[in-house]
Design a protein around this ligand. Structure first.
Ligand SMILES: Nc1ncnc2c1ncn2[C@@H]1O[C@H](COP(=O)(O)OP(=O)(O)O)[C@@H](O)[C@H]1O
Ligand SMILES: Cc1ncsc1CCOP(=O)(O)O
Ligand SMILES: [Mg+2]
Length: 281
């Protein structure tokens, strides 16, 4: 197939729908074991999102357990949301254990300690780094927040504002970079996939970003050789669960419940007809 034909195929929405369904089905069939070294706020929603999608979460973070446990995992998820000096060695060790792994740089710009930890972890070559726009901009610029509108774990930028930074970060690190927001952008520095699923109310539930990064790790466990597609499909599936969940919700607390229920119940017809994924020109 020539380049034009390949590009046309990649822009075919039906093909993306089938891809997302096939990856979700494989997660359900194979129940990948995902070691999560994640923040204290996110542990519950990340574990429940993984279980609802069909994966097997394990919140194992002691350094002494890494040599026995991490090599048996299908993927590793590292999240610096409640970073402490005690946990950083476990993060380093798990990321270096030879398993596919994914990084969530929560509030990367909060402090010099956190920025240095994120940059050090990035050098260990995650398959995917997924953050909100402010986090990806901070990482690309290696800058600790100075501006008055810095919002910690929340974004003060739109995802599109971080697209060029995401491409540059992907090229400099060799990792796929995913920026979440109203439109999620996923890039390897050359190709860019856009995902338009999701609802704004997802920002009002703490740790939805952390939960979707955990889901990306489960998809990467299934498709380690194509982290771009794995990350894009995970973001689309999670966004779709939020979209459908919102139809029965009154606010953040009921959305949290309905999102998890929807993730568990998604079927082929719904996924193939409703995921909104496309390769950007
Ligand atoms: N304005 C929005 N419209 C639709 N979906 C959104 C919006 N903002 C965030 N999301 C979705 O919410 C989830 C968490 O993303 P985000 O809030 O950017 O991450 P974080 O919690 O790390 O800041 C993602 O699935 C993302 O697609
Ligand atoms: C509020 C908070 N504080 C430290 S970690 C955390 C959760 C962040 O979750 P998310 O990045 O998904 O908003
Ligand atoms: Mg986050």
């Amino acid at each position: 197939m020539d380049d034009a034909a390949t590009a046309k195929k990649e822009r075919d929405p039906a093909r993306w729908g089938r891809r997302a369904w096939s990856l979700l089905s494989a997660v359900r069939a194979r129940a990948p074991l995902v070691q999560c070294i994640t923040n204290l706020v996110s542990m519950d929603i990340a574990a429940n999102a993984l279980l609802a999608a069909g994966a097997s979460p394990a919140m194992v973070h002691s350094l002494r357990e890494v040599p026995d446990f991490t090599p048996r995992c299908d993927a590793v998820y590292v999240n610096v949301g409640t970073l402490s000096e005690d946990w950083l060695p476990s993060m380093r060790a798990a990321a270096s254990a030879g398993r596919p792994w994914v990084l969530d740089p929560v509030a990367a710009a909060a402090s010099g300690f956190r920025m240095e930890a994120c940059l050090e972890l990035l050098a260990l070559r995650p398959a995917v780094v997924r953050g909100n726009a402010s986090e990806i901009l901070a990482l690309a610029n290696r800058s600790v927040a100075a501006s008055s509108n810095f919002k910690g774990a929340d974004s003060s930028h739109e995802s599109v504002d971080a697209l060029e930074a995401a491409k540059a970060l992907a090229l400099s690190t060799g990792s796929v970079v995913a920026v979440s927001g109203a439109v999620d952008f996923i890039t390897n520095g050359e190709q860019v996939v856009g995902v338009s699923n999701g609802v704004p109310m997802m920002q009002k539930i703490t740790a939805t970003g952390c939960a979707v990064t955990a889901l990306i790790a489960a998809f990467v466990a299934i498709e380690p050789s194509d982290a771009l597609v794995a990350a894009a499909c995970a973001l689309a599936i999670f966004g779709l669960a939020g979209e459908i969940g919102m139809e029965s919700s009154k606010g953040p607390a009921s959305l949290r419940m309905h999102l998890i229920d929807t993730l568990y119940c998604l079927d082929e017809e719904t996924v193939t007809s409703r995921v909104k994924l496309s390769l950007r020109p």
